[in-house]
Design a binder for this molecule. Structure first.
Ligand code: PGA
Length: 209
């Protein structure tokens, strides 16, 4: 790809008011940026030029599944969805089998998938759009992987999954983003903490280009 693919993952953060403030201050745009917001914000931010994503999807069709949000509901507002984030695997016991079902649901409605794995040995379903290598110990810790190791793992993931785009996530900052996206097999980054700060995130986007 020509420019780096950048995914913001807001996780379980931001009220509507806080998200509106973020939008006012975030002055970078591009087709290569996807903002993955909580379900509660999808409807409010379904406006160009933002590319929206959800952070999870139900493994079931629409129906009697209290608390779940189905793929068809997400697709009304967003084009992208994150599946298999390590926080889903760890706190909600999502297994490879469940994640495969989520992938099938997303594909059925044409949602584009960012599939997260903690290493190159984890199961990766076929037909994904983007795979994100996110070592668990690097998420939210301020301790990123080295660009060299991330490059090796992303290369292995690319070969194993056949997915054209592989990105790195885990303590990516304005300062270190360039060292990742300049690696041949790293096509972009997935950003948690820094994406919550609009000005820092805009600087990160600028440094990645
Ligand atoms: P972090 O989160 O940037 O805060 O490390 C990354 C992620 O969980 O996707």
């Amino acid at each position: 790809m020509n420019s780096s693919f950048i995914v913001a993952n807001w996780k379980s953060n931001k009220t509507l008011f806080e998200a509106e403030e973020w939008i006012k201050k975030f002055n970078a745009n591009g087709e290569n940026i996807v903002i993955c917001v909580p379900f509660t914000l999808l409807s409010a931010f379904n406006q160009p030029p933002l590319n929206l994503g959800a952070q999870d999807v139900s493994m079931f069709d629409q129906g009697a599944y209290t608390g779940e949000v189905s793929a068809v509901q997400i697709k009304e507002f967003a084009d992208w969805v994150i599946i298999g984030h390590s926080e889903r695997r760890n706190y909600f016991n999502e297994t490879d089998d469940m994640l495969q079902k989520k992938v099938e649901q997303a594909k059925k409605v044409g949602l584009k998938i960012i599939y997260c794995v903690p290493d190159a040995t984890t199961f990766i379903p076929s037909g994904l759009d983007v795979v994100a290598y996110e070592p668990i110990w690097a998420i939210g810790t301020g301790e990123s992987d080295t660009p060299e190791n991330a490059e090796t793992i992303c290369g292995q993931i690319k070969q194993k999954s056949g997915t054209a785009q592989v990105i790195y996530g885990g303590s990516v900052t304005n300062e270190n983003v360039a060292s990742f996206v300049t690696q041949p097999h790293i096509d972009g980054v997935l950003v948690g903490s820094v994406s919550l700060e609009p000005r820092k995130f805009a600087a990160l986007v600028a440094n990645a280009q």
